[in-house]
Design a protein around this ligand. Structure first.
Ligand code: ACO
Length: 322
């Protein structure tokens, strides 16, 4: 049967880096608090006027170069974001124009921090059903635009960036026989809206900022992330001992460690970028995949498990052999 295999990966981070200590000037916080509670040391922030679609275009170009492909070799773009440039059109169609892709189709998906998992699942379904053969899957965010800069419990945790992965149909023969997306597990539970949301939006005629009950999100995260990764692995008869790399959503190092522990995975098998990127929402997993791949840690044949949770709540996991 047709499987979606990884053809290339790339990322983009805005140039401006902000160290934890810089928040000490305006907030009652410290480098020490941020580091010990979250694992974050620094994050990148988009320049004034720099948008989600612009960052996504740069990540897309890097992934195309990695894959040795041209824009018109793609059939579709699926872009995960909660911080699109405009209410419409989609950021994905802006990327389509930005990379010079003149056919096919492009659209956004929105599942907040789990967005890249939902986008991957979507692309995988399109490839296995024959609707598309090559899909560019992007996670891109400018969460700096929705921060409440007076709320020390949230504004120190997030960053901006973009990552992109190209999936390609494979008939599962020869060297690619066991590669590709093997399993997907998706979940959401709208009853938890109030623990993580933006208090404004288009149909309410307001603009808003991110609001989070951090402790509550933390409590849900560890349990739901290990459960979803476990489910995705179990669907294909695998467990933690089969995993080469856990590539988690990068929100908090303590969540990442607790999740790895519940999957019986040592931290040597976990790609961690939260110290340098902060929480970049839907961009965090493709950023971590790109860093892990380009540092030569993730190599073809590796079993990779990704997982994420975010506002909704929405959460899920994708298991793939690189
Ligand atoms: N500097 C100093 N003190 C702070 C700061 C700060 N930046 N932020 C909060 N505090 C204080 C709090 O006010 C509190 O003080 P109090 O005890 O006097 O009330 C104290 O530190 C402890 O706060 P807690 O909330 O108990 O700290 P906790 O250890 O839970 O860490 C954190 C907070 C980092 C937010 C953690 O709960 C967390 O990471 N939660 C999950 C976030 C997450 O995973 N989000 C993912 C989804 S994101 C998305 O979908 C968009």
């Amino acid at each position: 049967s047709t499987r979606a295999i990884v053809r290339g990966v790339g990322h983009y981070l805005p140039a401006h880096v902000v160290e934890n200590a810089e928040f000490e000037a305006t907030l009652d916080t410290s480098d020490e608090w941020i580091r010990t509670r979250s694992g974050i040391e620094r994050r990148h922030f988009a320049a004034e006027g720099e948008t989600t679609s612009q960052m996504a275009v740069e990540a897309a170009k890097a992934a195309l170069e990695d894959a040795g492909l041209e824009a018109d070799d793609l059939d579709a773009i699926v872009l995960a974001t909660s911080t699109a440039d405009l209410t419409f059109p989609s950021a994905a169609t802006m990327v389509q124009a930005g990379i010079g892709m003149t056919h096919g189709f492009a659209y956004d998906v929105q599942a907040v921090c789990a967005g890249f998992i939902f986008a991957l699942a979507n692309a995988n379904s399109m490839i296995s059903s024959g609707l598309a053969r090559r899909v560019l899957v992007i996670g891109a965010e400018t969460f700096s635009r929705i921060m409440n800069w007076t709320d020390r419990g949230t504004c120190v945790l997030f960053g901006d960036g973009a990552g992109a992965l190209i999936l390609e149909a494979s008939e599962g023969t020869g060297t690619t026989a066991d590669r590709g997306i093997l399993s997907v597990d998706l979940n959401s539970d709208g009853r938890h809206r109030d623990i993580l949301y933006v208090d404004g939006g288009v149909s309410t005629g307001t603009s808003g900022h991110l609001v989070m009950q951090g402790k509550e999100v933390f409590r849900h995260a560890v349990e739901k992330l290990s459960d979803t990764a476990h489910s995705a692995l179990a669907k294909v008869g695998l467990d933690g001992t089969d995993v080469d790399w856990l590539v988690p959503h990068q929100a908090n190092l303590r969540i990442i460690k607790a999740t790895a522990q519940r999957l019986h995975l040592p931290m040597e098998k976990v790609i961690v970028t939260v110290q340098d990127h902060g929480n970049t929402s839907a961009a965090s997993i493709p950023l971590a995949l790109s860093v892990g791949r380009h540092e030569g840690r993730i190599v073809p044949g590796n079993l990779v498990v990704t997982e994420a949770i975010g506002g909704g709540l929405a959460w899920g996991s994708v298991v793939l052999r690189w």
